[in-house]
Design a protein around this ligand. Structure first.
Ligand code: FES
Length: 159
């Protein structure tokens, strides 16, 4: 969503230079290992001289930062404008309605993480989700229970 991108850009511009750099570093850590641990923040604080509390504040401020590993399966529901207007909310509600997820969208057993993402560039296929890296378009909310069953079965086979 363009509005979301410009909002984040405004927030980033308003941050002091050192905090902007910290956001970029934290982002790189997350890209490498999938989440930011307390130890990561402690290390970063020690190496940069930034107070650990201000790093924690940055992590909690940006909802895209995760503080726990993602689940063994990941389903990202596109919330870009085209997908939103074609039922992204219904997909997300149907997926999450049958699961107990934490604030990061991850189930306690680590089976799955369900999150919301910005436009993934396949608007003509809206609504779209990305299931374990594979883009699926024109999905319907009534298909979601079967999708979860399929993921559970595959997960059980992998042990
Ligand atoms: S808005 Fe979902 S793919 Fe573009």
């Amino acid at each position: 969503m363009a509005d979301e991108h410009s909002r984040i850009a405004e927030i980033m511009q308003a941050l002091p230079e050192n905090e902007r750099q910290m956001v970029n570093v934290i982002n790189q850590i997350q890209e490498q290992k999938g989440f930011i641990s307390r130890d990561d923040l402690r290390d970063l604080a020690a190496q940069t001289g930034q107070p650990e509390s201000s790093l924690e504040g940055l992590v909690s401020f940006f909802s895209s930062f995760r503080t726990r590993p993602v689940g063994r399966n990941r389903v990202s529901v596109c919330y870009g404008t085209a997908c939103y207007t074609r039922g992204a909310d219904r997909l997300h509600d149907r997926l999450t309605g049958e699961l107990e997820l934490d604030a990061d969208g991850t189930s306690a057993d680590g089976f799955i993480t369900i999150d919301k993402v910005q436009c993934v560039g396949a608007c003509s296929l809206a609504p779209v989700l990305v299931c374990n890296g594979t883009l699926e378009g024109k999905v319907k909310s009534h298909q979601m229970p079967a999708k979860l069953r399929e993921l559970r079965e595959d997960d059980a086979k992998r042990g």
